[in-house]
Design a protein around this ligand. Structure first.
Ligand SMILES: [Zn+2]
Ligand SMILES: [Zn+2]
Length: 438
């Protein structure tokens, strides 16, 4: 008997959610041209981390135009926290959208391409910001369907700063400034535009796209502990024709670069995911002078925090050994940048039905976690979090490039899915917390 009632409850809740989806869908369709305009404006005016003044201003103006009054600006430099209250009492749930761009020269020739030389929204944060602005507008038109409140976190500086950068930034700084309190949200959602993925259970090297209209997710770990390091190798300058009178920092740095790769291939358990990449190398003043100093910059990616500590020790051992062997010395600044995201399993399970209603069951795809880094983890360490992937690829339109590349783009149809998925996730969560059956 009890089971029967539970079934009835589930059925009525599902149909109520479906009715709400249909109402939202109509509004999203009517908002879509405006959202495309907003996305194109942000895309063509990209701003680097901690410089998002213009983007922040347009987000603020948009929120004010919706009648939202609980708005705090200047959070963690250019961040915004805004609270939208529903007509009904209930808990608070948070949505996070990052706003910054990258120092990459855009190579696509779309009408909305970057107008800022050397700066590009190559990580899709323009679409994240647009989706959150869309959700704010949608829900502000349907406050009667909202059982609680939504806290919007428009975040600056998600893209990591160099290892030598002093102080905190982005999500970590927002948390330090109290954005997860007053009120503390019961859960947080974030999305990331994604074109190329590795579906769970598939180990081939084929390219798999996450298309506009699809959503990807990982239950549990989503991505890696993402760290930065900066190494300086000190040698001794000499004439290039008499290398024995100096200590060649370039030759020693070359040996160190190769030896650091031996950590992954020969010194750690192959079952532990690990990436050590060196992305910058600078040294030397002239062709015929033995270089006195070489600087190396790179990143380390791991899943396991204890394993990561072991890697740092191994790096020091290698650098110490190689530099001492050649009469040189070194310094390394190692910065544990972003912890890995752990999606909350209960929250994932409770949210997937919303995504399946929006996209259709076959278009909600479980993925293998990647080795990327994301500071959404700082929020998800405090309250249950779900960070999911918004498909943006479209082969017919030639939108097939991965993030952080000069050809990256997003099929704008994905904005509809992003807004619908976020809104449904939030409302399902608030409805179940408020035990709404309608
Ligand atoms: Zn990025
Ligand atoms: Zn990103």
């Amino acid at each position: 008997m009890r089971l029967f009632f539970l079934f009835l409850l589930a059925a009525s809740t599902t149909s109520a959610a479906e009715n709400r989806d249909a109402i939202f869908q109509k509004t999203i369709e009517s908002l879509f041209p405006k959202l495309v305009e907003i996305r194109r404006d942000i895309h063509s005016h990209p701003e680097l981390s901690n410089e998002e003044a213009r983007t922040s201003k347009s987000v603020e103006a948009h929120l004010r135009s919706l009648g939202i009054t609980d708005i705090k600006t200047g959070v963690a430099k250019h961040g915004i926290v805004a609270i939208l209250k529903g007509d009904h009492e209930g808990p608070c749930v948070a949505l996070r959208a990052d706003m910054d761009a990258l120092p990459i020269k855009e190579l696509r020739s779309t009408p909305y391409r970057s107008q800022v030389p050397g700066v590009m929204h190559a990580c899709g944060h323009d679409v994240h910001t647009t989706c959150a602005m869309g959700v704010a507008e949608l829900l502000s038109k349907h406050r009667d369907l909202l059982h609680g409140s939504v806290k919007f976190l428009f975040q600056p500086a998600e893209e990591a700063m160099p290892a030598t950068f002093k102080g905190d930034w982005g999500a970590k700084l927002m948390v330090a400034e109290g954005v997860m309190e007053n009120p503390r949200p019961a859960a947080i959602f974030g999305l990331h535009t994604t074109a190329v993925v590795q579906p769970a259970g598939i180990t081939d090297d084929e390219v798999h796209y996450l298309k506009a209209g699809q959503i990807g997710y990982t239950p549990g770990i989503d991505n890696a502990n993402s760290d930065r390091f900066h190494i300086v190798i000190h040698g001794k300058m000499a004439h290039g024709s008499a290398p024995h009178k100096g200590v060649d920092a370039i030759a020693i740095a070359s040996e160190a670069v190769m030896a650091l790769q031996m950590i992954k291939s020969r010194q750690t358990n192959t079952r532990q995911p690990l990436v050590i990449s060196i992305g910058t190398i600078h040294g030397g003043d002239r062709e015929n002078i033995i270089a006195e100093k070489v600087e190396l910059g790179g990143t380390v990616r791991t899943y396991d925090a204890k394993f990561r500590d072991g890697i740092i020790e191994q790096m020091h051992r290698i650098l110490k050994g190689i530099t001492e062997a050649h009469g040189a010395s070194y310094e390394m600044e190692y910065r544990k940048t972003y912890p890995s995201i752990q999606n909350n399993l209960d929250l994932v399970a409770a949210t997937l039905p919303a995504f399946q209603r929006i996209c259709g069951e076959k278009n909600v795809i479980e993925l293998t976690p990647g080795m990327g880094g994301e500071d959404f983890s700082y929020f998800a360490q405090i309250v249950p979090g779900f960070y999911f992937r918004l498909g943006v690829a479209n082969e017919e339109k030639g939108i097939i490039h991965g993030g952080h590349t000069p050809l990256f783009d997003c099929d704008e149809e994905s904005i509809k899915t992003g807004v619908a998925a976020m809104a449904a996730a939030v409302c399902d969560f608030l409805d179940s917390a408020a035990k709404v059956t309608r």
